[in-house]
Design a protein around this ligand. Structure first.
Ligand SMILES: [Fe+2]
Length: 244
């Protein structure tokens, strides 16, 4: 999803930085890097997880989601998850890993909880932005609509189930539409948990139900936020593209 710099690409600055660091570790006895030191300098490239650009302007989702909410949500919350992830992977065995690999490698590991929470939140938010569109809402069409009808009965029932998942998720978390075993499925995840870590589930779209997603605009009225998202913003084209 997110593009990261090819970890095999080592710039001169990276290389010289590594040499300088390795020389410093080796002490002042040698002002020049030995062949062994040069070898040791070739650590994975520094952290490269980036904050992706929003697929719309900050005010494009108004009045359903305000510019203020997007500015805070994207510019503060999402960015902080990116910054924290980069700090945590710096100098580690995951320094050159892709975002997806970082999330999968840390899932379910108590000693990696902080890195999992931050990296999964980076991935979830990137997926969430793509799940919204200024031209969203309405109904899906084509293959996705056919699948909705066969797996849920009709679009109204499906929409009701997705809304219920979003509204009833206790505390912070996410509502998802996934493909599992060839069928559409609605599910909830708490906190940073994500279907990305379940090999049997393919995420199709998501709704962020952390309070920071709606509190500025809707205060405690999460159901109103969910209704607005489903009626006006949800990006069925993104879900259809993920369905393939
Ligand atoms: Fe969020």
């Amino acid at each position: 999803m997110l593009e990261n710099r090819d970890p095999r690409t080592v710039t001169r600055r990276d290389f010289m930085g590594g040499v300088m660091a390795a020389a410093a570790v080796g002490g002042a006895a040698s002002a020049y890097a030995s062949p062994a030191t040069l070898q040791a300098a070739q650590y994975p490239a520094p952290a490269t997880i980036e904050l992706p650009k929003l697929p719309f302007g900050e005010s494009d989702l108004a009045p359903h989601i305000s510019q203020e909410t997007i500015s805070l949500h994207y510019g503060k919350h999402h960015k902080t998850y990116v910054d924290n992830t980069n700090k945590m992977i710096a100098g580690s065995e995951l320094a050159a890993a892709s975002l997806e690999d970082i999330v999968k490698a840390t899932a379910g590991k108590p000693d990696k909880k902080g890195l999992f929470n931050n990296s999964a939140q980076v991935w979830n938010h990137t997926f969430y932005w793509k799940s919204l569109s200024p031209k969203g809402g309405g109904q899906p069409s084509g293959k996705l609509l056919d699948r909705v009808k066969s797996d849920f009965g009709d679009f109204a029932k499906f929409k009701e189930e997705l809304a219920k998942a979003a509204v009833t998720q206790f505390g912070s978390g996410w509502a998802w539409l996934v493909l599992e075993g060839g069928k559409l499925k609605v599910l909830q995840t708490p906190n940073a948990d994500t279907p990305l870590t379940n090999a049997a589930q393919k995420p199709l779209l998501t709704i962020d139900v952390w309070e920071h997603a709606y509190y500025v605009d809707y205060r405690n009225r999460r159901p109103d936020y969910v209704t607005a998202v489903l009626d006006k913003l949800i990006n069925w084209e993104f879900a259809a593209a993920n369905l393939g």
